[in-house]
Design a protein around this ligand. Structure first.
Ligand SMILES: Cc1cc2nc3c(=O)[nH]c(=O)nc-3n(C[C@H](O)[C@H](O)[C@H](O)COP(=O)(O)OP(=O)(O)OC[C@H]3O[C@@H](n4cnc5c(N)ncnc54)[C@H](O)[C@@H]3O)c2cc1C
Length: 425
């Protein structure tokens, strides 16, 4: 029986272990945290958006843009839904975003735990892999393991200690994740393991993350949520844009549309480029329509003050800021606002420009962009082109998806492919 060792018991690792065991291999799953699948519990705000019905190649990013799609096509959203159904997880569809019917991320994790047990996978927690040594006949995996053992200290008290161990395997699947949300276990040590084996790591940066922006006024508008479009500009023009609920915070901008464009900001800033975000708070109106709308609004209630003019249209904190930034007197009558003043207000609404100075840290990022260079893998099997028997899956690879179930879909699809092939002779 082929011996497969999977390193990392996150989404991709548990899927790889299930796939390899289902294909008849003897599987060991090593995890350095005290429990498996910690990150899954925090996905989808605790509800786990585990895939999405709407799938297109452009929803996945990589240096080789076609690479992820080849894997996704082999195990797509429908395969994911039926896989979980077989494990007892009935799904709920919210505009294409798929969740467990119970709305509990723990249901996905529990289903995996039961399946790993049913298939006889040897799950070892508290096992940190520090080196993978390929040999003529398979691999040796060097680990440090947390053990609850009597201490050798004079006090005689027992306590956890670290013990060096090693495992043998015919194939290894490296599923150690990225650097995002390191408290869940993905501390970036997987990249070091891959690097020691000769694989190239493309720059790893936070993605699906909040953006820090210049401007002391952010403190004034912090807490405001507003529907709008975020367009991100680098030195070469528009990098990305997205529409949805923008959250204004005391350090900058957040919310789903900001997450969707954040990977482009991360990369451009890393390359030393200037990055600007342009916020459109009325995306359904063209500039001309907005101008005409403001003029009509001023003529309908000319006695309102400038301060009162936008009440009911935008959050008061925002309109107060715009009145201040345009230099319009707060007590000026709406009917007396000049064309120039109305045009200035219009550009605040349609083209609010902020300089992006950075992203929040890995602690707040949902995923990372960059990782193990996919050009060094077989695109059909995810096996290393350098080391036969070594496979990769999940976020450790240079693949990141959009927000909306795509990153877990990548984890399931790549875990499935790598696990199945690792189990073959
Ligand atoms: C807050 C949050 C919400 C999210 N919500 C969603 C969502 O709703 N939908 C979606 O599609 N995606 C979501 N994501 C992204 C998604 O969770 C990840 O892309 C996915 O879990 C990655 O799976 P993985 O198996 O590659 O890595 P991980 O889940 O990070 O698993 C890697 C595992 O390897 C272990 N490990 C690392 N190094 C070692 C080592 N040296 N030795 C032993 N073990 C090791 C880690 O402890 C960890 O358990 C979210 C992410 C976060 C942080």
């Amino acid at each position: 029986m082929k011996k497969v060792t999977v390193i990392g018991a996150g989404a991709s690792g548990m899927m790889a272990a299930v796939a390899a065991a289902s294909a008849g291999a003897e599987v060991t799953l090593l995890e350095h945290k005290d429990r498996v699948g910690k990150k899954i519990l925090s996905t989808g705000n605790g509800r786990c958006n585990f895939t999405n019905i709407h799938q297109e190649p452009i929803f996945y990013h990589s240096e080789d843009p076609l690479f992820p799609w080849g894997i996704i096509e082999r195990f797509n959203a429908r395969d994911t839904i039926s896989f979980f159904l077989q494990l007892g997880v009935y799904s709920k569809n919210r505009n294409g975003y798929i969740y467990p019917n119970s709305d509990q991320a723990s249901a996905v994790l529990d289903a995996f735990r039961m399946e790993l047990r049913r298939l006889g996978v040897n799950v070892r927690t508290g096992v940190h892999c520090r080196e993978i040594l390929p040999g003529k006949r398979g691999f040796r995996i060097l680990t440090d393991e947390v053990r609850e053992e009597p201490s050798s200290s004079k006090s005689g008290k027992s306590g956890p200690s670290s013990v060096a161990e090693s495992y043998r395997a015919d194939s290894v699947v490296l599923c150690a994740g990225s650097k995002a949300a390191p408290s869940t276990g993905s501390d970036g040590s997987g990249y070091d393991l891959a690097k020691k084996l000769g694989h190239r790591i493309l720059p790893v940066l936070p993605a699906l993350v909040q953006l820090k922006c210049d401007g002391s006024f952010f403190k004034q508008i912090s807490g405001v949520r507003v529907n709008g479009t975020v367009s991100l500009f680098g030195e070469g023009g528009c990098l990305a844009k997205d529409t949805g609920e923008i959250q204004l915070t005391n350090y900058g901008i957040s919310g789903i549309p900001v997450f969707q464009v954040s990977r482009y900001a991360s990369r451009a800033l890393y390359e030393g480029k200037q990055v600007e975000a342009v916020l459109d708070f009325m995306p359904d109106f063209s500039e001309e329509q907005m101008n005409a709308f403001l003029k009509a609004r001023a003529s309908v209630r000319p006695d309102k003050t400038a301060e009162e003019f936008l009440i009911g249209l935008f959050h008061k904190k925002l309109s107060d800021l715009w009145i201040r930034l345009t230099g319009i007197r707060r007590e000026k009558r709406a009917g007396d606002l000049t064309e120039t003043e109305l045009a200035a207000l219009c550009s605040m609404i349609k083209e609010f420009r902020v300089t992006v100075t950075g992203t929040n840290s890995y602690d707040q990022a949902q995923v990372c962009c960059g990782g193990v260079d996919t050009s060094e893998l077989d695109p059909e099997t995810l096996e290393s082109l350098y080391i036969p028997g070594l496979y990769f899956a999940g976020e450790i690879l240079d693949v990141d998806g959009m927000c909306g179930g795509y990153n877990l879909q990548w984890a399931w699809a790549s875990g499935r492919t790598a696990g199945e092939h690792a189990a073959r002779d």
